[in-house]
Design a protein around this ligand. Structure first.
Ligand SMILES: Cc1ncc(COP(=O)(O)O)c(C=O)c1O
Length: 393
């Protein structure tokens, strides 16, 4: 069985925390994520050394599945300048958990969120000049400065002000005593494909905005643009800070981009076998009986399913006793069935690895992503809230 003794339990949801706090051992868990904090810390240090610039650790979507609060703790203790989230509610959750470092909301914040944001010293992305009076009024009301980053739309076709509007926003906010104009930023659409010309085109537009802002004496302290892909492939996009998501978790932004030596994944997904049985030839397995045993077969039942983020796609494999074994029949909400003929000694309580290493074998996030017809980002962000996160290292 897996050795849990060195693991600290840090739990992501209140009710789950309450239930698990009453459990005597982690052996009662069905499936769980074991997350190596030291891997995240070392990845972040390595990326800071490599870029020699400030780093924003992007921990939105529950820290890319790794747990938002714990990722914020690790990131700040590893020296990052900012943690980036997508939504105000994520930022507030971090403040409520006692996280004190600089937090930026990268996405849209409606005006009715400004008071709460500024009262909690949370930096906001702003791209709409109509919000300027609301920003100033909210900062006055709560008696705190509004920490603002202007978002420039340079070719992502998503959030952001066109260059002219961004410059107008700088003029409107730049001299307001209620505002701390902290940053200006953009986001690349195609940086994960280093051969795509779009990144250079976006960088050019952004650099022109920065040039004009500087000429007007309105350049904010933090100019930032690069996600993981741009950070690893285009040093000219580093400016004053890079915003790193996927690479801090030890995963590559795409097949076209090699991770630097030393970066490593932090997450292992495990479960414990809940039943092993021998079924006669011709037995149907799981909903729809899409798998029928060919002989007498040993079938294991593993308590993980699409309700945990394990996709309902045929052909996945898991590790048991250091061997890859196939998932057979349909993935259920809470269970999968696996074929155990290669591991005749497998028994109830055995550790089953869904992502990560066991013995000499590894199941990579990327391998599952390919099989499931998606990208590594979606696999880890899809790990559901009910799966306990256990931290070590
Ligand atoms: C605005 C912004 N910056 C940075 C990132 C980090 O991207 P990545 O995980 O590719 O490093 C994201 C993630 O999607 C983002 O939306």
């Amino acid at each position: 069985m897996f050795d849990y003794t060195r693991m600290e339990r840090v739990l992501s949801s209140g009710s789950l925390a309450h239930i698990l706090a009453g459990m005597q051992t982690n052996n009662t868990l069905s499936n769980w994520l074991a997350i190596d904090r030291s891997a995240i810390a070392e990845n972040l240090r390595l990326l800071q050394d490599l870029t020699k610039t400030r780093v924003m650790a992007v921990i939105k979507a529950n820290g890319y599945g790794h747990g938002i609060v714990e990722m914020a703790r690790v990131a700040f203790s590893s020296g990052v300048a900012f943690c980036g989230v997508s939504r105000l509610e994520e930022a507030i959750m971090l403040r409520q958990a006692g996280i004190e470092g600089s937090i930026m909301v990268l996405g849209y914040t409606p005006a009715y969120g400004f008071d709460q944001a500024f009262a909690n010293d949370i930096s906001l992305a702003i791209f709409n000049p109509e919000y300027v009076p609301e920003i100033i009024a909210a900062a006055k009301r709560v008696g705190r400065k509004a920490r603002i980053h202007i978002k420039v739309e340079t070719g992502m076709g998503r959030l952001g002000a066109p260059p002219e509007v961004a410059l107008e926003l700088l003029r409107l906010l730049g001299h307001s005593p209620e505002v701390r104009l902290e940053g200006i930023f953009t986001h690349f659409a195609c940086a994960d494909d280093p051969s795509a010309p779009a990144t250079a085109a976006q960088e050019k537009i952004f650099a022109e905005v920065i040039r004009d802002a500087t000429a007007a004496d309105l350049r904010p302290e933090l100019v930032h643009a690069a996600n993981s892909a741009a950070t690893l492939t285009r040093a000219s996009t580093h400016f004053d800070m890079v915003r790193i998501g996927i690479a801090m978790y030890g995963l590559a932004p795409s097949d076209a981009i090699q991770l630097p030596q030393g970066l490593r994944p932090a997450l292992t997904w495990k479960a414990q076998m809940s039943m092993v049985h021998s079924l006669p030839q011709g037995s149907g397995i799981s909903y729809g009986h899409t798998y029928i045993t060919k002989n007498v077969e040993r079938i294991g039942v593993v308590p993980v399913g699409y309700g945990d983020g394990y996709r309902r796609v045929d052909g996945s494999e898991v590790l048991v006793s250091g061997r890859k074994v196939p998932v057979v029949g349909r993935v259920c909400m809470d269970e999968i069935m696996i074929q155990l003929d290669q591991v005749p000694d497998a028994k109830v309580g055995d550790e089953v690895v869904l992502i990560g290493k066991q013995g000499d074998e590894t199941i990579k996030v990327k391998g599952l992503a390919d099989l499931w017809g998606t990208i590594n980002y979606e696999v880890i962000c899809g790990l559901s809230a009910r799966v306990p996160r256990l931290y070590y290292g």
